[in-house]
Ligand binder design. Sequence first.
Ligand code: COA
Length: 182
Amino acid sequence: MAEFDIQTVGLKDGRTIVIRSARDEDAEGVLQAIKLSMVDGQGMILTAEDNVTADDVKTWIKAHNGPKDVMLLAEHDGIVVGSIEFRIAKPRRCAHWGTISMAVSPGWRGSGLGNTLLARLLDWAISVPEITKVILAVRADNAPAIALYKKHGFVLCGCDKAYLKLSDGSFVDDLRMERFIR
Ligand SMILES: CC(C)(COP(=O)(O)OP(=O)(O)OC[C@H]1O[C@@H](n2cnc3c(N)ncnc32)[C@H](O)[C@@H]1OP(=O)(O)O)[C@@H](O)C(=O)NCCC(=O)NCCS
C-alpha cells in the first residue's frame, strides 16, 4: 500500500477525524461501517443478504498490496466513519489508471468528509507521475455522490444499463465517471 502520513482534520461541523491508512486489523471496524451504510442503502450495491464478513473485508484490505494501491480510513474516537480506496489496474497496459470507491457513514454525511477524503486521494494520485486517469462507478440514482464527483472534475464516460435489480423488481443503471489528472 502507498505510504500516507496520519492527518487530523477539522470538519465544517466542528467534529475532528483522523485520516490514516487501513491495516489488516481494521477489518472489523470497516465491516461495521459497511453495515451502517447498508441500513439506508444510499449508493450501495451490497445488501445484508450478501453476508459480507470480516474475513471478506480483510481480503479486500490486503488486495491493496501494491505501491499504487491506497485504502484510507477516517476515524473518530477509534470508530471508522469513512473510507476511500484506490486500486491501480493490474494489466501492465492499463497500469496508468485506477479505480476509486468511497463511503461516509450515516451521521457523518454532509460534514465535508467526502470532500476531504476525495481531495486527499486525488492530491496523492496527482503526485504519482505514472497515474494518468482515475475512474469510478456510481449508481445513477446516487445524486449526492454524482455531485461530489462532478465537483472534483469527474465527467460521465459510460453507463451500464440495468446494472442493479432492486427487491421491488426495478432496475438501476450504473454510471462510469473519469477524471484525467494529466
Ligand atoms: C457520497 C458521499 C461519499 C458524500 O460524502 P459527504 O461527506 O456527505 O460529502 P460532503 O459533505 O463532503 O459534500 C461534498 C459534496 O457532495 C455533494 N453532496 C453531498 N451531499 C449531498 C446531497 N445530499 N445532495 C446533493 N449533493 C450532495 C455536494 O456537491 C457537496 O459539495 P458542497 O459541500 O460544496 O455542497 C456520502 O454521501 C456517502 O458515503 N454516501 C453513501 C455511499 C456512497 O454513495 N458512496 C459512493 C458510492 S459511488
